[in-house]
Write a protein that binds this ligand. Structure first.
Ligand code: PMP
Length: 304
């Protein structure tokens, strides 16, 4: 059975995990009206640090703004809540999950309900399996498209969006692949079920643009920054599906997935079927942030 950490933050207080409950008639449970974040903390030589905490909390506010959800806590209070759950549970490397949602207070779609907020944290290793970072995963192009830009805003990290992610991820697993990649309504490449995409051609990184119905990930931004700093060119561009099959290297990135090589797509081998040179370099630079090999000149590591 799943083991849960002892403490959780809910609506301003730290309480035992089992007591952090919500009503079955909460708006969010029925209509997907929640916004959330996924954040990692790492055990660094200087102690536990939360990676880009401020940027994640900012994105939570942006997601909430899109859905007219006035968060009843300040950014500083939410950042403090993140630190508090890590400290109180004695966690080092972990995954943090702040969530804000429409609670009990009306059943209409446009109901002005109270906004409930919680922050959980639990220990977490590599999301796509321990092998994945080293040897890469297999992927397939999903039969499910991402939602179109004028339907559900992909730029908000909202609970309801993850119905799309579940269809894509579950189909991929059912067919025996490690992860699914979706096309946008334009027919061009979008992103993975819960990860952004980078393709490598001739040593240049290509990633899909915001217009391809992606969540513009914080890890994607991190890799763009680290790559450019290292003299690796990065371009954001429309990418047709077949470029997946022709790329020298492909990687997926996200808070959970970190930097995961893709070794095949739809059964076609990518490059030599292992992590390529650029992917390895980005892994070195990215994971180097957490063991001190990469100097954090951006202030991304925020101490617990
Ligand atoms: N796309 C989707 C759909 C996601 O759920 C995530 C994970 N939050 C990402 C991309 C990557 O975003 P980030 O690097 O900010 O975790």
């Amino acid at each position: 059975a799943q083991q849960y950490p002892e403490w959780i933050w809910q609506n301003g207080e730290i309480k035992p995990w089992a007591q952090a409950t919500t009503h079955v008639m909460s708006h969010a449970l029925h209509y997907g009206s929640s916004v959330f974040e996924g954040i990692r903390s790492y055990a660094t030589p200087d102690g536990a640090a939360i990676f880009r905490l401020t940027d994640h909390i900012n994105r939570l506010y942006q997601s909430a703004k899109i859905y007219d959800m006035a968060l009843p806590y300040t950014a500083d209070e939410l950042a403090a809540a993140c630190r508090a759950v890590i400290k109180k549970n004695g966690l080092g490397a972990s995954y943090l999950r702040p969530v804000a949602y429409r609670g009990l207070g009306g059943f209409g779609l446009s109901a002005e309900t109270p906004i409930d907020v919680a922050v959980a944290a639990w220990p977490m290793g590599p999301y796509l399996g321990p092998e994945a970072l080293e040897n890469g995963i297999t992927a397939c192009v999903s039969s499910w498209q991402r939602f179109a830009p004028n339907t559900i805003p992909a730029g908000a990290k909202a609970g309801g969006n993850y119905l799309s992610g579940q269809l894509i991820a579950r189909e991929a697993r059912r067919l025996g692949f490690g992860e699914g990649i979706a096309l946008a309504s334009s027919g061009l490449l979008s992103e993975g079920a819960g990860e952004n995409l980078f393709l490598v051609f001739d040593g240049v990184l290509h990633t899909t643009p915001a217009s391809a119905s992606i969540l513009t990930g914080i890890t994607r931004d991190t890799l763009k920054t680290l790559a450019r700093e290292d003299g690796i060119e990065v371009v954001e561009r429309d990418l047709p599906r077949e470029y997946l099959y022709l790329a020298d290297e492909i990687l997926m990135c996200g808070t959970a997935a970190e930097v995961t090589p893709i070794r095949s797509v739809d059964g076609k081998q990518i490059g030599n079927g292992t992590a390529g040179r650029v992917t390895r370099r980005l892994q070195e630079l990215f994971f180097g942030l957490f063991d001190g090999r990469t100097h954090d000149k951006w202030g991304w590591l925020e101490q617990v």
